[in-house]
Design a binder for this molecule. Structure first.
Ligand code: ZN
Length: 210
């Protein structure tokens, strides 16, 4: 990595790819080399100077076996994808968090909980991973789940993916379109932002409407 500029990247879907993969040993897949259409694996991270980034946990919509495809279907009247019930979001969310911690145990990366952790990981040439959630469907309005996820290391949260949930409304995959496509944060969404501020969880506005 000596000739490359180290990059700290804002978003990757590696945990989703690993979760959807039929490969049993996810850590080995990441460390030895994943399929070419994936964003990141360890060999390519090393080659490209990827020093760290936000590792997104994203619970796919029901019946959606290729969630990435949705974004390529751009119409000018695309509706929002259907809401995802909390019960369907929780296990995938925890499963992807589990993959992140397994990657850490296998030595592939370090889960960072502060800026100091990120700098320390980069100094020892270990990938600095931040636990991020894309769409807060797994989180309840009493923030029971938020407390536990934060204690596990969650430091960045996008309240919505392109779906409505109890916290707000996502922006549909519509083009051309104004981003002003619907109502804003709900009262629960405002409380979520306050709770994130108290816990020092970064709020990511991706997929949220104007
Ligand atoms: Zn993503």
């Amino acid at each position: 990595m000596s000739d490359t500029i180290p990059v700290f990247d804002g978003h990757n879907d590696t945990l989703l790819n690993l979760h959807l993969s039929t490969e049993a040993d996810k850590a080995r897949l990441f460390m030895e080399g994943a399929p070419a259409n994936w964003h990141i694996d360890l060999p390519r991270a090393r080659t490209g100077g990827f020093a760290g980034g936000m590792f997104a946990v994203f619970a796919p919509s029901s019946g959606d076996d290729d969630p990435g495809l949705t974004a390529s279907v751009l119409g000018n009247d695309e509706p929002l994808p259907s809401p995802l019930p909390m019960g369907e979001a929780r296990l995938p969310t925890l499963a992807m968090a589990s993959i992140l911690f397994r990657l850490e145990r296998a030595g592939a990366l370090a889960v960072c909980r502060s800026a100091a952790d990120i700098r320390a990981a980069m100094d020892r040439d270990t990938i600095a991973a931040v636990f991020h959630i894309e769409g807060a469907e797994a989180i309840d309005a009493d923030f029971v789940m938020l407390d536990v996820l934060h204690a596990a290391g969650l430091r960045s949260l996008g309240p919505v993916w392109s779906r409505p949930n109890i916290f707000g409304h996502g922006v549909p995959f519509r083009y051309p379109s104004s981003p002003d496509t619907g109502p804003g944060l709900t009262d629960a969404g405002k409380a979520l932002v306050r709770a994130c501020n108290e816990l020092n969880i970064l709020v990511d506005l991706s997929h949220i409407n104007e």
